[in-house]
Design a protein around this ligand. Sequence first.
Ligand SMILES: NC(=O)C1=CN([C@@H]2O[C@H](COP(=O)(O)OP(=O)(O)OC[C@H]3O[C@@H](n4cnc5c(N)ncnc54)[C@H](OP(=O)(O)O)[C@@H]3O)[C@@H](O)[C@H]2O)C=CC1
Ligand SMILES: O=C(O)C1=N[C@H](C(=O)O)C[C@H](O)C1
Length: 269
Amino acid sequence: MSLKISISGAAGRMGQRLIACAAADEDLTVVDAIDRSEHPSVGSDAGLVAGSGESGVNIGSEYCGESEAVIDFSTPDGAKLAIEYCVANKCPLVMATTGLEENDIAAIKSAAETIPVVWAPSMSLAVNLMMKVTEFVGTALKDLDGGVDVEVIERHHRFKVDSPSGTALKFGQIVGDAMGLTHQQHGREGVIGQRPRNEIGYHAIRAGDDPGQHTILFGMLGEKIELHVAASNRDCYALGALAAAKFVAKKTAGLYNMFDVLGLSDGQV
Ligand SMILES: NC(=O)C1=CN([C@@H]2O[C@H](COP(=O)(O)OP(=O)(O)OC[C@H]3O[C@@H](n4cnc5c(N)ncnc54)[C@H](OP(=O)(O)O)[C@@H]3O)[C@@H](O)[C@H]2O)C=CC1
Ligand SMILES: O=C(O)C1=N[C@H](C(=O)O)C[C@H](O)C1
């Protein structure tokens, strides 16, 4: 039986790759391609917009009510509407949108009390594996004599609106928890003095059409480690999200992440 899914943000960069990748998966059927009601692609066939051939589903702003999982790659406004729909219709949700405010995050956590939700800033296998490696390295270097300076450097396409990326913030949270680093420093300018020991530096580069790269730099006295992960295209995120939809559709209410989907949670690896 094919799983019926809805894509929120269907006309966007990620939405188009989700439509295309889902069309190539016989275990999935897209029943809704949702976007902003004023979007110029509303009324057009989602597969034709995505360049993957006619799908028979037009982009629209209303859910048909048949969905067994919603995947949201849109905006904070789109995410809010997706959460509201899923809660009202008891529909499992995959939340991938970043740049969310505290109230949006509270809404995700509240939704997870009644429906299953997978929430992660990156659906990529490689990124999630590197989060585990980052935690390992951070823990190993926590008490090193001379100290360790952690910098998180991310690169994305010029169209990205939130910074630093949701993934960079997650890397920072992981390494901060592992090493007891409490201060977040976003860029540096001017005569600001020597680098404090307790900070994580974040640097967001925006250039061209880069689908996403993250580097975690551990700077020591005499040597350094740089962990680097890079997307070649957006399909790593799209395929991860489709796997998350299959996972979440079988779950009971609760908050899950990509470690759960990929079998990387504590005790599983
Ligand atoms: N977790 C992950 O693995 C990944 C997460 N992302 C995140 O996904 C989000 C989308 O990225 P991307 O595809 O590049 O962005 P785009 O801007 O290309 O796509 C977003 C789409 O959502 C639409 N939209 C706006 N409002 C609504 C609404 N109310 N309901 C439904 N759709 C709406 C936009 O329309 P309009 O253009 O008219 O505003 C646009 O078509 C970002 O937050 C990004 O950071 C991206 C890649 C991977
Ligand atoms: O906007 C993007 O493109 C991406 N956004 C996500 C983020 O903010 O972490 C994930 C990925 O890096 C691509």
